[in-house]
Design a protein around this ligand. Sequence first.
Ligand SMILES: Cc1cc2nc3c(=O)[nH]c(=O)nc-3n(C[C@H](O)[C@H](O)[C@H](O)COP(=O)(O)OP(=O)(O)OC[C@H]3O[C@@H](n4cnc5c(N)ncnc54)[C@H](O)[C@@H]3O)c2cc1C
Length: 306
Amino acid sequence: MTALGRYLLANGRVDAVLHVRADDRKPWLTMATVSKTPDEVLAGAQSRYGPSSPLIHIHRLLDGGKPFAVIAKPCDISALRALGRSDPRVEQLIPYMLTIFCGGVPSAHISSAIMRHHGVDDQDVRLFRFRGEGWPGPLRVQTRDATIYDLPYPDGWKGKKYSYDVQFRCKICPDAVGEVADISVPDGWILRYGKPVFDEAPGINVALVRTAAGEELLNEAIAAGYLEVSPVSIQEIEQMHSEKPDRKAGAFTALLALRLIGQRAIKVSGYRSADALKRAGLRSFFRQFAGAIRRVIDGDNREHLI
Ligand SMILES: Cc1cc2nc3c(=O)[nH]c(=O)nc-3n(C[C@H](O)[C@H](O)[C@H](O)COP(=O)(O)OP(=O)(O)OC[C@H]3O[C@@H](n4cnc5c(N)ncnc54)[C@H](O)[C@@H]3O)c2cc1C
């Protein structure tokens, strides 16, 4: 996505790219940013596993009247498409919407827990990078005196130390795969015996092109030398991201459970709920349904203030 954003700005295809980067003053947090140069897009590369609000700039950019691209989470892109139904400027001014695969947004408490784990005071932190410098690369905390504290990706995010402390809103999300973006980008995990391994490897990602605009952009960026591609099969993508169909079905099941017991839910349509439920099967349905009810009983469907 960074390469695509750089291509768009370098070739004058858009005036700006709206995305996120590390917060200038509190690098363990994430801030929305409007990049006007390819280098600024590069400064926002890499996933930030924490809360982000790229859309805070959207009305200002739409009011500006110049075309811009958006790189954001699937839920941000869904919100933009929804806005586009009542504001025609969305279609006129945002020719490209790009997104990540998103397993859910961890709370900002995770970053604090990681700093505590390293015994680092947040005032001393100069850099907090969730991954990078390799692929997936370590979760790095660097202090002002240049001391580096690294956690390998599996320790940071795959449940060994800080399992995703994901907001409830993400647990009822029907779209971890960015269905309404022009291009969505999952990690291209290395497969061993049909299962993903999270060892360090040359960084390769997968681009899922979903619209004609996305296809045109990808092909142009390849022709201009910004990207190189090679084939990947649907089967390989399914093996890399085997949990996603179950998550999609789980989201619809949870939404149904929430409605039936009078709890707040989100309104979703057009995300292939029937297909997902059929694919998951009855057993999975009852398991996820019971899980949703249990979460409500435990109060997990409410935002905790501290
Ligand atoms: C919260 C979160 C959950 C994720 N879950 C999954 C998953 O379930 N499966 C999977 O395969 N990959 C997941 N990823 C990783 C991500 O999908 C891949 O790293 C993706 O392949 C990155 O593509 P890229 O190399 O083109 O991105 P890059 O070229 O590195 O660009 C990343 C772009 O995304 C933007 N960005 C980064 N973090 C955020 C954020 N929190 N909110 C909004 N925009 C952001 C940056 O501003 C940047 O423009 C997740 C990432 C995040 C941030």
